[in-house]
Design a protein around this ligand. Sequence first.
Ligand code: GN1
Ligand code: MG
Length: 364
Amino acid sequence: MDKYFDLVNKFDLKGTPEGIAPLGAGHINDSFRVKTKEADAPDYLLQRINHAIFKDVELLQNNIQHVTNHIRKKLRAKGETDIERKTLTIIPTKSGKLFHFDGENYWRLYLFISGGKGYDSISPELANEAGKAFGEFQGYLADIPEKIEETIPNFHNMEFRLEEFREALKNDKAGRVAANQGIIKEIESRAEEMCKANRLNREGKLPKRINHCDTKVNNVLFGEDGKILCVVDLDTVMPGFVLSDFGDFIRTGANTGDEDDADLNKVGVNLAIFEAYTRGYLETAKSFLLPIEIENLPFGARLLTYMQTVRFFTDYLNGDTYYKIHSPEHNLQRTKAQLKLLQSLELNEGKMAAIVKECTTGRK
Ligand code: GN1
Ligand code: MG
């Protein structure tokens, strides 16, 4: 652990670090909670940034700094108190940089948000709060003056994800193509429809806005009272379609099974969660959304589920180089579970459209 103490001491923190312990189970970065000795010194969150994925760490940290500074301004303007718990705060290094490079890895330090609770399981109440949180988040960032860049180029670009998929098919690096023709057909048969958002954008009908791009329920911290504290995990904040943020929440939150459920019978859309999230989201976002964005929200749920199917499967075909896997066929299991969710969303498209309409107009 000495290594971690040395690292933490590169940053301009208050107090004396006395304990460092791993935290959470993200697929991408590694996180540690740093406890300080003094009662009046805050705790910190140390993260090793996965720079195989976030290749431009400087750009990444600048984005997060712009985003959190802007949100902080909005919170102050609203007269909010306790602002350190309502948005992330980057702690710079002693030399004033937003990250530390140790010759091999990139590290950053945040203030630890005390008393914040993350949930891995969901209820309609939490979904409703999360919907409000992500809608509000998009609203705060609607007028950010700095240019927010793509921290992962083409991250939620469906056309690009399909190109990667077709490249993986061609290369067949892990020799897995022949055995998975059924999945390949499922993907190809939907490919054209799933590029609809790209087309609408080229036609000038669907705008890009600043999105969170990882809208899982566990990326919202809740206070003791069950109300939102703040939105965390800001690595992927970048311009995109609001369908991304809406869709990814439904994909991750409104699934009756797990993202990688081995039992496909458990996987399907949970309409109560869909409704609660939609209601919360539209409450805070309706004022700035265009009709075409609202209309396409159910499509967004399908789009992000399809995109994740393609991404997991592409990684499987490439021999599992992107997502951490916990068993040899994990990415295939994930692919099948996402495909099952997609089929359930397709079956429920009409019901979802009715819910969106009711939440927008108050009429059935
Ligand atoms: C990754 O790290 P985590 O679990 O929040 C991924 C998301 C995927 C998700 C699938 C940078 O997110 O895009 O939807 O796994 N993040 C990145 O579980 O690729
Ligand atoms: Mg994440």
